[in-house]
Design a protein around this ligand. Structure first.
Ligand code: ADP
Ligand code: MG
Length: 359
């Protein structure tokens, strides 16, 4: 078990034409479960491969515990990685697959190895499959074997690269909980890569958001959700995505009126909102999450009056596509069922209006 520290870690490919990881610095606590999330190609796999020692860093440093392992060979790093495609040896049994790393890296006796493998197999609920070959197993069972193999190693660090992407939705949910349970039981520092923001949000003690190899934000899931530091993070975290409106602000008496370019969005916020845009010049962007929008009552002062274009039921809730700004979606209770074409009054709290400068 160990803390993990990345210090301005950089990876260039093709003589610097591609910057896959752009001076990334992260501090991960001993025993922490951190999820690394971002769109395809943002540098997640390359980051993990550098931590594992499968890829050399162009510059920067990697520390495991207090040791600088940047130039340490992969097999001498105490790191276990779990891949999306399981990476099992097809001709070896489950037991041989799980024990292989132990045979290579330790001088345990055959009996001791069997004991370690059996314990890990029990933890993953696959002790009855030990003499099977991978092609006799389902996708979920293969991934359990791959996880078991990582557990057997008792590493300082677990690395997961989209390990659940090949599984169906139901199994994915089960395995998320399993991985969290095992990580908590063993207390092993873990970095879990996914492109799925929901997976990242539900699994991580903290979540790291990457874009084009650059760190966008790191924080507890609720912090990142409540206080995204830029428009990219605001749009990436949450489903459906945050509504963005490019607005001008004008002061009217004690209030601030926000209006978009074509006038289809207009709302009045209390004067306290003026403090939040004091440093913002001219036009700026506000973000409002679909789930923070509610039907307005008579008493509400901050009201947007608009037309309903489409109503999309998703079971517990309805998505309302509204004729405001360029795209504007409200996620409301399923008992709010306006007709398309109907005029509707909606409201949102001032605190739920996120302000993004620049971009
Ligand atoms: P992610 O896992 O987030 O999808 P990757 O780390 O695989 O992203 O890739 C980051 C960037 O680096 C991408 O632009 C990808 O094309 C590039 N890249 C990754 N590996 C190589 C390589 N071996 N040679 C050249 N470019 C690569
Ligand atoms: Mg990847």
């Amino acid at each position: 078990m160990a803390k993990l520290r990345l210090e301005t870690l950089r990876k260039e490919f093709d003589r610097g034409q591609i910057v896959a990881v752009d001076d990334l610095s992260l501090d991960i606590e001993d025993g922490e479960f951190v999820t690394l999330v971002g769109p395809s190609g943002c540098g997640k796999t390359t980051t993990l491969r550098m931590i594992a020692g499968l890829e050399s860093a162009t510059s920067g440093h990697i520390y495991i515990g207090d040791e600088d392992v940047t130039d340490v060979h992969a097999k001498n790093r105490d790191v276990a990685m779990v891949f999306q495609n399981y990476a099992l040896y097809p001709h070896k049994t489950v037991e041989e697959n799980m024990g292989f790393g132990l045979r290579m890296s330790t001088d345990l006796s055959k009996e001791e190895r069997h004991e370690r493998v059996y314990e890990a197999a029990e933890m993953m609920g696959i002790e009855d499959l030990l003499s099977d070959k991978p092609d006799e197993l389902s996708g979920g069972q293969k991934q359990r074997v791959a996880l078991g193999r990582a557990i057997v190693r008792e590493p300082d660090i677990f690395l997961f690269d989209e390990p659940l992407s090949n599984l169906d939705a139901k199994l994915r949910t089960t395995m998320r909980t399993e991985i969290q349970r095992i990580q908590q039981e063993l207390g092993i520092t873990s970095v879990y890569v996914t492109h799925d923001q929901e997976e990242a949000m539900t699994m991580g003690d903290r979540i790291v958001i990457l874009r084009d190899g650059e760190l966008q934000q790191m924080g507890a899931p609720t912090d990142v959700y409540d206080r995204p530091t830029n428009r990219f993070v605001g749009g990436f975290i949450g489903s459906p995505s945050m509504n963005f409106i490019d607005v001008d602000a004008t002061r009217e008496g004690g209030t601030v009126v926000l209006t978009d370019r074509d006038g289809s969005f207009s709302c009045r916020l209390p004067s306290s909102f003026a403090d939040r845009i004091r440093d913002v010049d001219g036009a700026f962007t506000v973000g409002i999450r679909p789930e923070d929008i509610f039907p307005a009552s008579e008493r509400d002062e901050n009201v947007l009056t608009t037309t309903v274009e489409v109503v999309e039921p998703i079971g517990s809730d309805n998505y309302l596509y509204l004729d405001a700004a360029e795209d504007f979606i409200a996620r409301v209770d399923s008992d709010v069922e306006p007709e398309p074409g109907e005029t509707i009054r909606v409201t949102f709290a001032e605190d739920d209006v996120h302000v993004f400068d620049g971009e």
